[in-house]
Design a protein around this ligand. Structure first.
Ligand SMILES: Nc1ncnc2c1ncn2[C@@H]1O[C@H](COP(=O)(O)OP(=O)(O)OP(=O)(O)O)[C@@H](O)[C@H]1O
Length: 345
């Protein structure tokens, strides 16, 4: 294990415990105010937790008595904005880390050139930060973070401030440079988690509510937040003959591959695309039917997402128009049992 950390900050309602294997990249996700940035700030040494301890490769970062200052931790933090030193050239920005670590001027410049090449920014070496685009500046910031040879790299929504046309290109670069590197990336984007991380940790209300391989968390989400991320509908409850008895009292029929023991905590998941929307209660078909009130409509071209509380349906925009849907309208959602997957929690 290269990182083992725990932190309690009662004033921020934070109580977290996290570990990371060497070379592992973890995506941290969760709603606004969940504690993601606080976690990074604690690890980077910008905030001192009230309780807890952390060690990186056996070196204590903090515990009840000890406190290692940020510069001595071997941790680099990459923020949403590049935050380059404005008075230094791009090359000098990247050389700053190695130079501070004691490298000679020429060795630091050599390292900087190497890292700029690594992030496809070698041609920017002589530029001033003020002349760079957002994407270029972030590329340089990645090189600067890596040039310090950190034992752990922290990334706080590194693509969030970038134009959507630029983000995918930098994401590819990140994917390359994060390979085999110990890193924690805070992101709101499922694509980042899928492409950049081996594992995803979901934080909600200052606690870790899910922790597992990215694909299985997104394919088999246990928390409502993860289900929302993956775009699936999630209902929890207990197993019952043929499906799930939800905590809100609904009986949900599902086709299960294995015989699930009854009365166990379980979750049912189904895709919004599998949900049909009706004005009148559908009858006569082996479907699960929910009486719902539309809360929100979101059109993306030919498809429209119809939300009703925690459930959502994705239907064609033409049929949404035919149904004359508006927030507040009473409707029925239906989903075939074959589309519902139930798994034990
Ligand atoms: N400077 C601060 N002083 C005191 N409390 C803070 C401070 N910054 C954040 N908090 C509180 O700490 C908790 C966690 O916030 P944090 O910023 O870590 O969440 P987050 O998951 O990063 O959210 P977001 O996705 O919005 O960035 C919240 O309750 C927040 O109100």
């Amino acid at each position: 294990m290269n990182l083992v950390a725990s932190a309690k900050i009662p004033t921020r309602n934070i109580d977290l415990r996290l570990s990371l294997s060497a070379g592992e990249t973890v995506a941290v996700m969760g709603p606004n105010g969940a504690g993601k940035s606080t976690l990074l700030a604690v690890l980077a040494g910008l905030i001192r937790p009230d309780h807890g301890s952390a060690s990186l490769n056996g070196k204590t970062l903090y515990d009840d008595g000890a406190w290692l200052p940020p510069h001595a931790r071997g941790i680099a933090l990459l923020a949403q904005d590049a935050l380059l030193f404005p008075h230094l050239s791009v090359l000098e920005n990247v050389a700053f880390g190695p130079r501070s670590a004691g490298a000679s001027r020429s060795a630091a410049r050599q390292a900087a050139n190497r890292w700029l090449q690594e992030v496809d920014a070698a041609d920017l070496a002589g530029h001033r930060p003020s002349r760079l685009s957002g994407g270029q500046a972030q590329r340089v910031a990645v090189a600067r973070a890596l040039a310090a040879e950190p034992a752990l790299l922290l990334l706080d929504e590194p693509l969030a401030a970038l134009d959507i046309s630029v983000a995918p290109v930098l994401r590819r670069t990140l994917r390359r440079v994060l390979e085999g590197r110990s890193a924690i990336i805070v992101t709101h984007d499922v694509v980042d988690a899928l492409l950049l991380a081996d594992r995803v940790v979901i934080i909600d209300g200052g606690r870790i509510v899910e922790d597992g391989p990215t694909r299985s968390v997104l394919e088999r989400p246990r928390s409502r937040f993860a289900a929302g991320l993956a775009g699936v509908n999630l209902l929890t409850g207990t197993t019952a003959a043929g499906g799930l008895h939800t905590s809100t009292g609904l009986q949900l029929a599902a086709l299960t591959e294995e015989d699930l023991p009854p009365g166990k905590d379980a979750a049912a998941v189904f895709s919004p695309r599998a949900v049909a929307v009706h004005r009148l209660r559908p009858t006569g078909s082996p479907r699960n039917v929910f009486s719902v009130t539309v809360t929100d409509l979101e059109q993306h071209g030919p498809r429209t997402t119809v939300r009703a509380g925690h459930l959502s349906a994705e239907i064609t925009t033409a049929s949404a128009a035919d149904l004359d849907l508006l927030p507040g309208t009473g409707m029925y959602f239906s989903v075939k049992s074959a589309e519902v997957t139930v798994y034990l929690l």
